[in-house]
Structure formats: structure tokens, C-alpha cells
Design a protein around this ligand. Structure first.
Ligand SMILES: Cc1ncc(COP(=O)(O)O)c(C=O)c1O
Length: 396
């Protein structure tokens, strides 16, 4: 038979979902596995949002909508961006799609020509590198370390730029590091982007989950020259506990928005009509639920960071936002744990799952091979149990 698509064949499976699948299989086999794999809030979608969806179904809102979403939702997105981030967008600049992951993909499809380079600070969310490749681009990874709080510097950015560089992807606060770029840091990075005429994909999906009363600054609020070249990625999945509803959105200049809408019209058409009505309620209804969830996440983060740093052999730095911890396992390299020699985070995650019965995500796919990621979108009871098991496992 003829060769399959070269581009599609190069795409790697998501490591996050792979660990999750193995953990689920072990659970189905009757093993008592505690999961810290997939990044989804353990809270239920608030009732007012569910009611809005039920109301939409009963009102017969069950047909196709425009590919880039219904106007009331696009207006609700624009109003929320104004209220939360102080940025002005007309609804015609908003594109709703089937999840923020989809918006990232569509943004790359709209921007890239074959061979275009996209700068990606590592550790990065695993989807970015694969989505760049699917869109015909080349990811150019800029490594960062714990000492730098996992943040790319303007000097690093500038030295990664070539004649082929088209865009950068910034994820703030970040999955997997949880780190937050300050307004000043963003200003310095975006000045380089403007100087070299680069587009900026700014994935800000975790902006509602920032701790220690730190200030979140959206890149698009840093002046017209930056806003014009930025595609903001936001969505309801994380802040409103709506991962299964599949609604994300982007904000960009109108020309890009139109291209992305055209692309959507020939791929998924519109996202679920019912979910769009639910998202209007999420964005326009009471916002107190977000603050309550954020406070719970902050308490969990404090607990996990403090306790992890008392455990011999592992360590972590304190993230500013999102709901992830990067656990450094460098001190364990070369040791044998659970019958397996630990050469990297992949070995550790496998041994910890098989023998410690705890699912964490190896960060090799995120560009950080000596780390594993825990999510604290898990109950306090499970967090305590997971750390108890970690202590026991490290003594094994
Ligand atoms: C940085 C980042 N962007 C986007 C997404 C995907 O969001 P959605 O569920 O809306 O597709 C995730 C999910 O893990 C994420 O971590």
C-alpha cells in the first residue's frame, strides 16, 4: 500500500493521555491507583451553567450555528476580556471553537507556511510542538531551567530568531510549570517580537488561576503594536470546570479571525450549540465560583509544595498559577526504584505507577526529561495519599 501522510505519521501521542490510559486500565483491573495525570478540575460544572444548557435544549437551540460561534457568545467573550484583562475587542475578532486546544491548532493553521519556525520556550505544553508540526511548521525549542523560574529571557528569544521565524508561543500561567510572566517580563519579550515582526500566540487559559494575589497581565494589553500581532487563546475548560463541554475561543485582528473562521467552516463547523449557550452563562453569570475554586487550588498548592520539599530525593519550586507542580527527580537518576533503573522522568513515572500505584506525567514530551508533573486538580485526600505513597516508594 502507498505511504501514509508523512506529517501525520510524525505526530507523537500525548504523553499525558498515555499515562492516564495506563492508569485507567490498572484501575479497571482492580488496582487502587491515585491519579495526578490529566489537568482537569475535580470540581463539577456549576449548576447555573448546567441549567443554561438545559434551557437551551428545551428552547430548541439544537441546530448548527455560525462556524465561529453565536454572536451573543462572541459578545460575552469580548465583554469578559474587557472586564478581566482590560482589552477591547469587537465580537468580530472573537472565534469560538471546540476547545482552546482547537483554537491553538487553528491559529497555527492560519499563520504557518511549510518550513516556518515557531519559538517554543521549554518546558511547554505537549500539544504545542505537535500542533506546530501538523500545521507544517518547525518547533524551535528554547530551554529554560528551574533557576530561571522556567521563564525565557529576551536575550534567549532574540538569539533563537532566524529568517524563518514566524511566531512564538507563550503560555501564561504555564502548563506544566505554573510560572507567571510579570508585566515587565512580557513587555521585554514582546518588544523583541515587534522588532522582528513575529506573531504571538498567547495561551492564557489559566489566567483565572493565579495565586498569592499576583497580578496577571494579558499580552494583548501591552499596546496596539503587540495586540495587532497577537492571537489570544482563552476558554472555559479550566476556570469554570467545563473540560467536557469543549468550548474555547481566540481573540485576534479581524483578518486572522476571518481566516480562522473559514478554516473552521470546512473542518468542525461550529462547536456544540448547547455548550455555546452554557458558555454564555459561564462568562456572563456570577463569577464568585471561580474565586472559590482558585482558593481551594491555592491551599492545595501550598500543601503539596511544602511537603514535597521535605521528601528526600525530590524537590519542586512554587508555581504562581494553573494547577501543576514540576517535581525535580535529578537526584534519583541512576538509582533503582520499584525494580527499574531511573534514567529519566519516563522511567520514574512508569515505576511509580507500576509499583507505587500513583499516576504522574513524565515531562520528556514537555521538553524537561528530568521532571514529572503532578496536577493538584485532585482532592486534598488524594494529594495526601499520593505524597504518602511517594515517601514509601522512595524508600523501596
Ligand atoms: C495550556 C493549555 N492550553 C489549552 C488546553 C486545552 O484546553 P481545552 O480543554 O479548552 O481544549 C490545555 C489543557 O490541558 C492547556 O493546558
Amino acid at each position: 500500500m502507498k505511504e501514509l501522510s508523512i506529517i501525520a505519521s510524525r505526530v507523537q501521542a500525548s504523553t499525558t493521555l498515555a499515562v492516564d490510559a495506563l492508569a485507567k486500565q490498572m484501575k479497571a483491573d482492580g488496582l487502587d491507583v491515585v491519579g495526578f495525570g490529566t489537568g482537569e478540575p475535580d470540581f463539577d460544572t456549576p449548576d447555573n451553567i448546567k441549567e443554561a444548557a438545559i434551557k437551551a435544549i428545551k428552547a430548541g437551540q439544537t441546530k448548527y450555528t455560525p462556524a465561529d460561534g453565536i454572536v451573543p457568545l462572541r459578545k460575552a467573550v469580548a465583554a469578559r476580556l474587557k472586564a478581566d484583562c482590560g482589552i477591547d475587542y469587537d465580537y468580530t475578532q472573537i472565534v469560538v471553537s471546540s476547545g482552546a486546544k482547537h483554537n491553538v491548532f487553528v491559529a497555527l493553521m492560519a499563520l504557518l507556511n511549510p518550513g516556518d519556525e515557531v519559538i517554543l520556550p521549554a518546558p511547554f505544553w505537549v500539544t504545542y510542538s505537535e500542533a506546530i508540526r501538523i500545521a507544517g511548521g518547525i518547533p524551535v525549542v528554547v530551554p529554560t531551567t528551574e533557576d530561571m523560574d522556567f521563564k525565557m529571557t529576551p536575550v534567549q528569544l532574540e538569539s533563537a530568531i532566524t529568517a524563518k521565524t514566524k511566531a512564538i508561543i507563550i503560555n501564561n500561567p504555564s502548563n506544566p510549570t505554573g510560572m507567571l510572566y510579570s508585566g515587565a517580563e512580557l513587555k521585554a519579550l514582546t518588544a523583541v517580537c515587534v522588532k522582528h515582526d513575529l506573531y504571538i500566540i498567547s495561551d492564557e487559559i489559566y489566567y483565572g488561576l493565579v495565586y498569592d494575589q499576583k497580578e496577571f497581565v494579558s499580552i494583548a494589553s501591552l499596546g496596539e503594536a503587540v495586540k495587532e500581532r497577537t492571537i489570544l487563546i482563552h476558554g472555559v475548560s479550566k476556570s469554570y470546570a467545563m473540560t467536557g463541554w469543549r468550548i474555547g475561543y481566540s481573540a485576534s485582528n479581524a483578518k486572522l479571525a476571518k481566516i480562522m473562521a473559514n478554516f473552521l467552516s470546512h473542518s468542525t463547523s461550529a462547536p456544540s450549540t448547547i455548550s455555546q449557550y452554557a458558555a454564555i452563562e459561564a462568562l456572563s453569570g456570577p463569577q464568585e465560583g471561580i474565586n472559590a475554586m482558585r482558593d481551594v487550588f491555592e491551599q492545595r498548592r501550598n500543601y503539596i509544595v511544602k511537603r514535597m520539599n521535605t521528601i528526600e530525593g525530590v524537590s519542586c519550586i512554587k508555581p504562581d498559577g494553573a494547577f501543576y507542580i514540576m517535581m525535580n527527580i535529578e537526584k534519583l537518576l541512576g538509582k533503582t526504584l520499584g525494580g527499574r533503573v531511573i534514567n529519566n522522568g519516563d522511567d520514574f513515572a512508569l515505576a511509580f505507577l507500576e509499583k507505587g500505584l500513583v499516576a504522574v506525567v513524565p515531562c520528556s514530551g514537555f521538553g524537561a526529561p528530568n521532571f514529572v508533573r503532578w496536577t493538584y486538580a485532585a482532592s486534598m485526600e488524594n494529594i495526601k495519599e499520593g505524597l504518602d505513597r511517594l515517601e514509601k516508594f522512595l524508600k523501596s
